[in-house]
Each structure stands twice: as C-alpha cells, then as structure tokens.
Design a protein around this ligand. Structure first.
Ligand code: PEP
Ligand code: MN
Length: 342
C-alpha cells in the first residue's frame, strides 16, 4: 500500500500518519521526493480501512500495490534511485564500467589489471576473493589476502572496489574492504545472506539467479530493502536455457523491464552472460543501447593462465578497444562513460 501525500505536506502530518500506521502493525517506509512524499505501508491491508487515511486533508490518495514486491517498485518510489559511492553515481546521468579479473590471483595480476582498466576508463575494479565454484576442487579464492590486494589496488589507482561475499559469516569482513558488496547468482535466494547484507551501509549488487524469474529476483531485492538497505542495484548475468553454445543466455530484455517496474539501477554482465570473450564487446554495446546503468566485465592480463573464467576474460588491449567503442555509443545515447572524461 502506498499513501501519496498532497504537495507541501508538513513534517507533523507525515508523522501523524506513520504513527497511526505503526500502531496498527504496519511497517512504514518513507520516500520523500522533491515533488511528492509517499509513505509505503506493508502489513495487513484489511486494517487500513479502520484508519480511514483518505479522510485526512493532506492525503491525496491511498493506492494498493498489487505486485508482491513493494519497496523495489516504481509505484513506491517513482524517481530513479541514484546510488552515491564516493564521487560516483550509479543510476544517474553517467554509465559506469566495472572491470577486473574473475578472481584476485596475485599482487602483480590485480595491480597490472587495475592500472590498465583505470587508464581505459573503468571506474570500479572487480575481483573475487571468495569464489563460489561449481567444483570443490577448483580455486576458491585468496580470501582476506585477496581483499587486502583489492584495497591496495584501490589505494594506488583510485578505483572503487566491487567484490563478492558468499557467506553470512564474512559479511562484516568483506564490507570493511569493499565499496559494493556483490551477491552472486548462486546466492540470489540465500535469504539469510540477503538479510545480513541489508544490515550494512554498503551498496549491494544483486546478480540474477541462473534460473530466477524477474519476480523472484525483485523479491530477493525486496529482502534487502525491507532489511533497511535501499542501495541496491540489479545485475543481469544470463540465465540457463537449452542453448549451450553460450555459457548462459544474456537476457537484455530485463534492462527495460526492470527500469519500468523498479526504481533501482541495472548493471549488465556480458562476461558470465556469454562465457565467450569474443561475444563480450558486442553484448556490452547492446546492453548500453538497452539502457543499462553500468557494465561489469572480466579482464585478465593473461586469460589463458587465469585460475577462473579465462575463456570469457578480455585481454588488456581488447578491453581498451572495447572501451573506445563503448564510449562513442555512450555519447550518442546521451549517457557518457563516467571514466571517459579523464
Ligand atoms: C563472478 O562475478 O565472478 C561470478 C561468480 O558471477 P555469477 O555469480 O554471476 O556467476
Ligand atoms: Mn567469473
């Protein structure tokens, strides 16, 4: 349910409504835009009638949100959410490219990659320190040592960092090193992990589960918003279909679909979305054209030697080449690349 207040509603009036709602057991979320104040009330709808809020002179209307997700919906928050990270804004007028290796492997690997992606115009460094691997025998990541190397690369280059957290027990540790906490595809419906990251003050990048529907994905985001963290961005990274030429099927239709249903930014990952490096640049371009707010790209100085996801990783020169092409497209679309102006 959303309660839309008339323009110019005063603090005292907003408070009266939130108090009344809380008394009836509703969880109240306030969305204060420049134009309008909207109060989101989640709870037993039948009890709303008793409150008769429409009778209040400062209430414009009371509207039920029929979709199962509430706080992530556009109805609740009509304007785009812009996530501020240092001097960067995700979901604003500029597009961001996050780039780096699948896994942090060594000091020289992460530093060399960080300097190269920064020079090419990336604003965020990606790199996994805790890796969710299909096989228990595959490289599992460097753990805290990897986080320290990411922090060193941030210090040297000024790039912000995005890295994955896979375990509830590591949330505090990973949050202390990173600028964005990544929830991987395999953990999209790990509800305890979602509740835990909701308690942090870090922005969350929520990847789409390999077989998740749009609604399931939005409900996963709803867990994080309901838990008190409104800084969430979606990341489309492909889903499993019958097609096996590509690793996953990158579902770019989710970009405009999410933008119409939700106020949260949308990032696209063409690396996991295709599993083939030669398809990454074309799909990255298509993602920008579809309206993506950012891209996350795997890059490695020597993909053939990578400990994970080498086949889908761009070499440093190929990343640079892609960035030049993307920058031209971004300019035509009227949303320049954030790092492109340097
Ligand atoms: C990754 O970003 O390296 C990763 C494991 O991605 P996903 O969770 O989308 O598979
Ligand atoms: Mn990977």
């Amino acid at each position: 349910m959303i309660i839309v207040l008339k323009k110019g509603a005063r603090e005292k009036e907003i408070q009266e409504i939130t108090e009344r709602l809380s008394e009836k057991g509703f969880k109240v979320h306030l969305s204060q835009g420049v134009e309008k104040t909207i109060i989101g009330a989640v709870g037993d709808r039948s009890r709303l009638k008793e409150l008769d809020l429409e009778a209040l002179s400062w209430v414009e209307k009371v509207v039920p949100i029929l979709a199962p997700y509430k706080l992530v919906s556009r109805e609740f928050h009509p304007t785009d959410t812009v996530i501020k990270i240092g001097q960067h804004e995700i979901g604003g007028s500029q597009v961001h490219v996050m780039a780096g290796p699948c896994s942090v492997e060594s000091r020289s690997q992460i530093l060399e990659t960080a300097h190269a992606v920064k020079a090419a115009g990336a604003t965020f460094l990606r790199g996994g320190a805790f890796k969710p691997r299909t096989s228990p025998y595959a490289f599992q990541g460097l753990g805290e040592e990897g986080l320290k190397l990411l922090a060193e690369a941030r210090e040297e280059t000024g790039l912000a960092v995005v890295t994955e957290v896979v375990d509830v027990r590591d949330v505090e540790l990973v949050a202390s090193y990173t600028d964005i906490l990544q929830i991987g595809a395999r953990n999209m419906q790990n509800f305890n992990l979602l509740k835990e990251v909701a308690k942090t003050d870090k922005p969350i990048m929520l990847k789409r589960g390999p077989s998740a529907t749009l609604e399931e994905w939005m409900l996963a985001a709803e867990y994080i918003l309901d838990g008190g963290n409104t800084q969430v961005m979606f990341c489309e990274r492909g889903i499993r279909t019958f097609e096996n030429y590509t690793r996953n099927t990158l579902d770019l239709s989710m970009v405009p679909a999410l933008h119409s249903l939700s106020h949260l930014p949308v990032i696209v990952d063409p690396s996991h979305g295709t599993g083939r490096w030669e398809l990454v640049a074309p799909m990255a371009k298509a993602a920008l054209a579809a309206g993506a707010d950012g891209l996350i790209i795997e890059v490695h100085p020597q993909p053939e030697k990578a400990l994970s996801d080498g086949k889908q990783s761009l070499t440093l020169p190929n990343f640079q080449k892609m960035m030049t092409e993307l920058s031209q497209i971004a300019n035509v679309l009227g949303r320049p690349l954030k790092g492109g102006e340097q």
